[in-house]
Design a protein around this ligand. Structure first.
Ligand SMILES: *[C@@H]1O[C@H](CO)[C@@H](O)[C@H](O)[C@H]1NC(C)=O
Length: 376
């Protein structure tokens, strides 16, 4: 723990990065040779590109996790230009119960990126499907902008009936003031922006989220279910990509947050622990990481929103995601489906382009699109 905190400070942080770059620059050519024979790859059926891509992403996460190097976010439009919007918090009565327990965390202005372009006005007559997508990154990295969520948004637009995707840059827990319930407040703000400001009927909105974003999706649905007084409608559908079921598990001593059998994935435990440690609610709020708005293992709930679960056969969260699906399925009235992508690693809708799983990501998204149409 002491070494861990030291590494998050300069000059140690900078030294660590220099060492890591040197170390990985040395290892890269070795991987490039090592993975030539198929049987030496993490999975014998993976392509060369997948083997290398997964190895590089793993090295990247191994580098940033010990130094807790999160994404630095800004509310300025940046490269997104006109596709970037700023959303004001909704009426105060929309934020109640669980999101009001920590007085230091209050609703704030939220930025977000539209794909393929900003939706200025919703044309009810055309009945377009709109997706509200929460990016992943253990609550500590990512911003939903082009370089982060562009692949996911485009894959959704190309492979489903959705015409527009909105990706909020919700507050990260790697930044001060970003612990729970900051991201949930932002999710509420984003949802209200679509339903109230833009007037999109809830039955035309699909909420979607990968990894930590999937956790956030479930958290929003749970909030809608538990707080009818907030007046939020139920969305048409929810797509949960490699959802991070139980962040607190990464911090429990002697318990592995991830399935130990799965060595193929790029996820590492330190990344999860960093996310969980910083996302954890303030002890003063009386909420812990086991709260049913944060932990969904054994905390399934009834929802009128149909749920599409997606997971990869070779991912560290595979067993948790299968159990998650089964627990939601066991609740009377819930409409759920699970689609497993063969040979796929964690969260390919986010990282598909980096790790060479574009085809599998598109396959998963097509399944989600068919589920949406079938659940009307
Ligand atoms: C589905 O998405 C993938 C990945 O973005 C894209 O390459 C493909 O063209 C899309 N499929 C269709 C039918 O447009």
């Amino acid at each position: 723990m002491a070494a861990q905190t030291l590494l998050t400070r300069q000059p140690f942080k900078g030294l660590w990065v220099i060492l890591a770059i040197g170390f990985n620059a040395f290892r890269l050519p070795l991987w490039m040779l090592y993975y030539i024979p198929k049987f030496l790859r993490q999975h014998p059926e993976w392509t060369y590109r997948q083997a290398i891509g997964v190895r590089i992403l793993k090295a990247y996460l191994n580098t940033i996790s010990p130094i807790a190097h999160g994404t630095s976010t800004s509310l300025s439009p940046g490269a997104e230009g006109k596709r970037w919007v700023i959303v004001k918090p909704a009426k105060p009565e929309v934020y109640t119960g669980i999101v009001k327990k920590d007085e230091e965390i209050v609703p704030e202005k939220l930025g977000g990126t539209w794909y393929p372009k900003t939706l200025e006005k919703y044309e009810e007559a055309q009945g377009e499907d709109i997706v509200l997508h929460f990016h992943g990154g253990a609550f500590v990295i990512g911003d939903g902008r082009e370089k982060d969520a562009g692949f996911a948004a485009r894959t959704i637009i190309k492979n489903t009936t959705a015409t527009h995707v909105f990706c909020p840059q919700y507050r990260l827990s790697s930044i001060k003031g970003g612990r729970f319930p900051a991201a949930l407040q932002d999710a509420i703000t984003a949802f209200q922006y679509l339903t109230e400001t833009l007037g999109i009927p809830a039955n035309k909105i699909t909420i979607s989220g990968d990894s930590a974003g999937g956790n956030l999706c479930l958290s929003l649905l749970r909030y809608i279910a538990d707080h009818p007084e907030a007046g939020l409608p139920n969305p048409a559908c929810a797509w949960l990509w490699s959802a991070w079921v139980d962040p607190g598990k990464s911090l429990k001593p002697g318990v592995s947050g991830f399935d130990p059998k799965i060595v193929t994935d790029y996820l590492n435990e330190e990344f999860g622990a960093w996310g969980a440690r910083t996302y954890a609610p303030s002890p003063k709020s009386g909420i812990t990481l086991d709260h049913p708005n944060i932990c969904f293992a054994d905390n399934a709930f009834a929802t009128p929103t149909p749920l599409f679960f997606s997971t990869g056969e070779c991912e560290a969260l595979y067993p948790d995601d299968v159990k998650l699906y089964e627990s939601f399925k066991a609740v009377p009235g819930n409409k759920v489906v699970l689609q497993v992508e063969r040979k796929a690693v964690h969260d390919i809708i986010l990282t598909g382009k980096v790790v060479g799983f574009e085809k599998e990501a598109a396959e998963a998204v097509r399944g989600a699109g068919v589920f949406l149409e079938g659940s009307r």
